[in-house]
Ligand binder design. Structure first.
Ligand code: C5P
Length: 228
């Protein structure tokens, strides 16, 4: 069986997670949240003291990955993706800008990307379909995907959304700090040597700055259906 693969790439906060979740639910496909993989690796590297140094020990971070078994499952009640590490639910908060920063530091390391390669490709094996969300899903991991989307938004729009999200969760949010962190992470992701964040040549590019989540989903769904 060959899986029907949909890739959703683009920067953080552009709405990839929401559209990927909705597509997976709509089609009954598996979901690969590759950003979560890098976030987990970044957090574990930090917790193991591997990010304290000027130069990160690439081999040590890659070894960490070899000891991990990771899977994702959709929680239809909360409409979120839950992550299992070695068969236990992840309880640490990885969806914050601090962990996003750790993720983008380990994501520049070629050995880390190689160590995560087969884990990501294997997620499509034996499945009817897969929605893969990240930076290099359409360019490196699934270059032959059936439908590729690159979802972007201005840094300002993404910072606004993040601030609103934090306020809604009753948390403090400093707009200027968040905007600076987003810009710094974009810079690292777009300019790294391996698998830089960029649209695949055959991707549909959508700017979500002035679009609602429903509008984005409708556009992506039309596009995916046109490729089936
Ligand atoms: O998408 P998300 O914000 O969760 O990703 C966190 C970080 O992980 C990104 O800023 C990027 O550095 C890295 N990443 C990556 N390749 C992917 C997914 C995420 O380099 N496919």
């Amino acid at each position: 069986m060959t899986a029907f693969i949909i890739t959703i790439d683009g920067p953080s906060g552009a709405g990839k997670g929401t559209v990927a979740y909705r597509l997976a639910e709509h089609f009954g496909f598996e979901l690969l949240d590759s950003g979560a993989l890098y976030r987990i690796v970044g957090l574990l590297a930090y917790q193991n003291g591997l990010l304290d140094h000027e130069k990160i020990d690439e081999n040590a971070v890659a070894e960490l990955i070899d000891s991990l078994s990771l899977s994702f499952c959709l929680n239809h009640d909360t409409k979120t993706v839950e992550i299992l590490i070695n068969d236990r639910y992840l309880i640490d908060d990885i969806r914050n800008e601090t962990v996003g920063g750790y993720a983008s530091k380990v994501a520049v390391l070629p050995k880390v990307r190689t160590a995560l390669l087969s884990l990501q490709k294997d997620m499509a094996k034996g499945k009817t379909g897969l929605v893969a969300d990240g930076r290099d899903m359409g360019t490196v991991i699934f270059p032959k995907a059936n439908a590729k989307v690159f979802l972007t938004a201005s840094a300002k729009a993404r910072a606004d959304r993040r601030v609103l999200q934090l306020h809604n969760a009753g948390k403090h949010a400093d707009y200027d700090v968040i905007l600076a962190e987003i810009i710094a992470r974009d810079e690292r992701d777009e300019n790294r040597l391996v698998a830089p964040s960029r649209p695949a040549d055959d991707a549909l590019v959508i700017d979500s700055s002035d679009k609602s989540a429903d509008e984005v989903f409708a556009t992506v769904l039309d596009f995916v259906n046109s490729q089936r």
